[in-house]
Design a protein around this ligand. Structure first.
Ligand SMILES: [Zn+2]
Length: 200
């Protein structure tokens, strides 16, 4: 994310600081590169808007737990975007953010240390029934998140993730664009987002 420096994907023009102001730069430039006038994707704009919204929701009244939840969501969002683009769970980011979440979580609430074991058991069963349905990276994410959720919350999260994943798959099948593999972290993120929003 930090390297290479932000640039236009079309002409490789390196972005100036004035072109990197969240939201405003994209709007002022009407989603065009200042150098080659090529239109760029509006995705980063929507991501910036979404992150801004998350900050507003979670930090409106400051509490360490809210800040912790915001960090959880943002780290999940980064993993989700990478998984969406490249179909991998970026393990370096997973471990770096996961350790911060675990250590700081210990000071904020009771960690459910036994949940990851149950997840491993369920994973073992699912591999027997549907081999290779879930990647190892996805399992790590679910295992980590299960430390922070009660069994019922975890079920809700997995239910929302599976339902949104299936809906997306159905929609793609309807457009006759059946994907060979489906990233799962983006759908886990949707589940987490809805769950944290509901509990907030
Ligand atoms: Zn350009």
């Amino acid at each position: 994310m930090l390297y290479p420096p932000s640039h236009c994907d079309h002409c490789r023009h390196k972005l100036q600081p004035s072109e990197m102001i969240p939201l405003l730069s994209a709007l002022c430039q009407r989603f065009r590169c200042t150098h080659c006038q090529q239109k760029f994707s509006t995705r980063s704009f929507w991501l910036e808007l979404f992150c801004g919204m998350l900050f507003l929701i979670f930090l409106r009244d400051f509490q360490w737990l809210h800040l912790w939840r915001l960090f959880w969501l943002l780290s999940a969002l980064v993993l989700a975007v990478i998984d969406w683009d490249q179909l991998i769970v970026e393990m370096r980011i997973f471990w770096a953010t996961g350790l911060i979440l675990l250590i700081s979580g210990c000071f904020l609430f009771q960690i459910y240390w036994t949940n990851p074991l149950i997840i491993c058991g369920l994973f073992y069963l699912s591999q027997k029934i549907l081999p290779n349905s879930l990647g190892l990276g996805d399992l790590w994410v679910i295992g980590l998140w299960s430390c922070f959720l009660s069994g019922y919350e975890l079920l809700q999260l997995l239910f929302i993730a599976s339902l949104s994943g299936l809906s997306f798959f159905g929609y793609q099948a309807f457009r006759q664009k059946i994907p060979e593999r489906l990233p799962f972290v983006p759908f886990l993120f949707i589940g987490l987002f809805i769950l944290l929003l509901k509990n907030h």
